[in-house]
Design a protein around this ligand. Structure first.
Ligand SMILES: Nc1nc2c(ncn2[C@@H]2O[C@H](COP(=O)(O)OP(=O)(O)OP(=O)(O)O)[C@@H](O)[C@H]2O)c(=O)[nH]1
Length: 307
């Protein structure tokens, strides 16, 4: 069915940690607004990705992964907040995307489906990472098994990373969201400030460069974010970012031998910021110690974590 009137609606992106939700949102938005890494629980904040197409606009709510009790820090304030943020994401939503990894369906995916279906939302199944599946003939039986006895509005095998299968997904979503005028301008890509995105890009480099060595409690605070006129690029940004850790030993790990690791983190984060903002960036980074903050909800709020 085609329609000449504009469509606009909110789409919740739900799924286990590390299935590729942020990669999918970035691919749909066409820019890097949500950080990704191969480490589960990369996404901590609720983030709106705005994707405008000829037929209308999708407001994509990228949620921190809904996860069970298996996490090491599952009892801690950080996880409680992340789960609450993921559940809160269903308010005002028109469609839910349940993102899974091709070939893998477990109990948690089933629970997520039940929650979305019970909420009365149309659920679109996104079978992501199909590029990783060597045996392509396994895909159909897998999908048959997953969809049996479940009421999905549509099923889309795709690769968020390779950006294949996205057009068909967008067409499905446009049919499922209501007829409405776009909520945001077509050049807007997120509801988050550049200041927030700058902090997230530093956090992304931390995760990529430290991997398992990085404590989950680490966070980033942007202390200064100043825009100045620049004769060459129009504007430039001066950004100071503080990396908070819990112990002196962790500080040494982040800084690295002779400061090399911190320099690397800063350099790559700056390059990503310059790409995203389209302007020159001067970035300074520090590492500071704040003890025991990850189990303290008040401290989390002060650092910008919200339910
Ligand atoms: N091969 C392949 N890898 C993918 C695909 N989509 C995502 N990935 C990779 O999977 C990893 C996790 O992706 P993210 O987008 O951070 O996953 P997420 O679901 O947002 O993770 P959380 O933030 O932990 O909830 C990254 O290393 C991605 O590059 C895909 O279609 N194919």
């Amino acid at each position: 069915m085609s329609s000449t009137s504009s469509r606009s609606g909110a789409v919740a992106v739900i799924g286990r940690p590390n299935v590729g939700k942020s990669t999918l949102v970035n691919a749909l938005v066409g820019a890097k607004i949500s950080i990704t890494s191969n480490r589960p629980q990369t996404t901590r904040h609720r983030l709106l990705g705005i994707a405008t197409f000829p037929r209308g606009q999708l407001q994509l709510v990228d949620t921190p992964g809904i996860h069970g009790e298996q996490g090491k820090r599952s009892g801690k304030a950080m996880n409680r907040m992340m789960n609450r943020a993921a559940r809160g994401a269903l308010e005002g939503v028109d469609v839910a995307l349940l993102v899974i990894e091709a070939g893998r369906w477990d109990n948690e995916d089933g629970l997520a489906y039940d929650a979305l279906h019970d909420a009365g939302l149309p659920v679109v199944l996104v079978v992501n990472q199909v590029d990783k599946q060597k045996d392509k003939t396994a895909l159909l039986p897998f999908i048959t098994k997953v969809t049996e006895g479940r009421d999905f509005a549509a099923v889309h095998p795709l690769s968020a990373l390779k950006r294949s299968g996205l057009e068909q997904l967008v067409a499905t979503l446009m049919d499922l969201v209501p007829e409405a005028e776009p909520m945001y301008g077509e050049d807007e890509i997120t509801d988050k400030s550049q200041r927030f995105l700058a902090g997230e890009l530093v956090r992304e480099q931390l995760m990529r460069r430290l991997g398992e060595e990085l404590p989950y409690s680490t966070t980033v605070e942007v202390e200064k974010f100043e825009e100045e006129p620049s004769p060459k690029t129009g504007v430039m940004y001066r950004i100071d970012a503080v990396i908070w850790v819990e112990r002196e030993g962790q500080k040494a790990i982040v800084i690295g031998k002779g400061g090399e690791r911190l320099r690397d983190i800063g350099k790559h984060a700056r390059q990503q910021m310059e790409r995203l903002f389209g302007a020159k960036v001067f970035l300074q980074t520090w590492v500071r110690v704040r003890e025991g903050w990850s189990d303290d909800e008040a401290a989390l709020r002060a650092l910008g974590y919200h339910d």
